[in-house]
Design a protein around this ligand. Structure first.
Ligand SMILES: N[C@@H](CCC(=O)N[C@@H](CS)C(=O)NCC(=O)O)C(=O)O
Length: 256
């Protein structure tokens, strides 16, 4: 493997060096799993739109916000640095460049299908429960920016996403989603430790589910994760604990 250092761009919050972005966690899991040396450049959320273009990162969207995390710069000895955004493209790049241990286990299409199930049953039901609760992680201009930009992104006021009178119905909908994901998992071949891999090593979809869980735990409704932990005989909490070896924030010290 060539000598190299990866910089991961991530968004900061009130909690020191605590990564909370679900998309960045997908990349962070891969870096930790493949034991690739990296440092994190933490940015205030409003600065993503100026810091990323300045390092040559391409926009991921046509609509605002144009630039999103994760982004990486991989400085390889003797070659031009690789600058990249979008968690899916980054996953493919890391797998191609540093194939072992693998996140796809020779079947990327299967991992993509599993990610689709995670997204359909769980992630898509969580968004409106999480977004109105996220401001508690932010302060000052980061909080202001967040509050002022979400309606433009999601088309709904934060206050209307998870109103008191709909909360129990939305919790029930999420519980059903987890049960549906559980049924999907029961229908595929997988190892005891992982939902989306037949081996003792996790698959990319395991990381996508884990990233979704961390995001919900940190920025979703308070004590929400405790609730999910009790569902389905505690299987989601057990799975989450299995991910612990890959949750170190950074292999080398974080910069700021
Ligand atoms: N398709 C992108 C989506 C990434 C994304 O939406 N990132 C969010 C954080 S989770 C972001 O950077 N948002 C910028 C903002 O809200 O201003 C990916 O998979 O990397």
């Amino acid at each position: 493997m060539p000598s190299h250092l990866i910089t991961l761009y991530d968004i900061q919050c009130k909690l020191d060096s605590t990564a909370w972005s679900p998309h960045t966690w997908r990349t962070r899991f891969i870096l930790n799993y493949k034991k690739l040396p990296y440092q994190t450049t933490w940015m205030p959320l409003p600065d993503v739109q100026t810091v990323l273009p300045a390092v040559g990162v391409l926009p991921t969207r046509a609509a605002v916000p144009h630039y999103t995390v994760p982004a990486i710069v991989d400085e390889l000895e003797g070659s031009p640095a690789v600058v990249m955004s979008d968690s899916g493209l980054i996953a493919d790049y890391l797998e191609r460049t540093y194939p072992e241990p693998s996140i796809y286990h020779g079947a990327k299409a299967l991992q993509t299908e599993h990610m689709g199930a995670v997204s359909q049953h769980v992630l898509s039901r969580m968004g409106f429960m999480v977004f109105p609760n996220t401001p508690r992680l932010l302060e000052g201009r980061e909080r202001e920016y967040y509050l002022n930009t979400r309606k433009g992104i999601f088309g709904v006021e934060l206050d209307d996403m998870f109103p008191e009178e709909r909360q129990e119905e939305m919790w029930a909908n999420l519980k059903e989603g987890f049960a549906a994901l559980g049924a999907y998992i029961d229908g595929i071949e997988h190892s005891e430790q992982w939902f989306f891999s037949k081996t003792s090593e996790p698959g990319y979809a395991d990381f996508v589910l884990g990233a979704t869980m961390i995001w919900f735990k940190l920025s979703g409704p308070e004590k929400g994760w405790e609730r999910i932990s009790e569902w389905d005989g505690g299987k989601w909490a057990r799975f989450f604990r299995n991910l612990e070896p890959y949750t170190a924030s950074s292999v080398i010290d974080s910069s700021s």
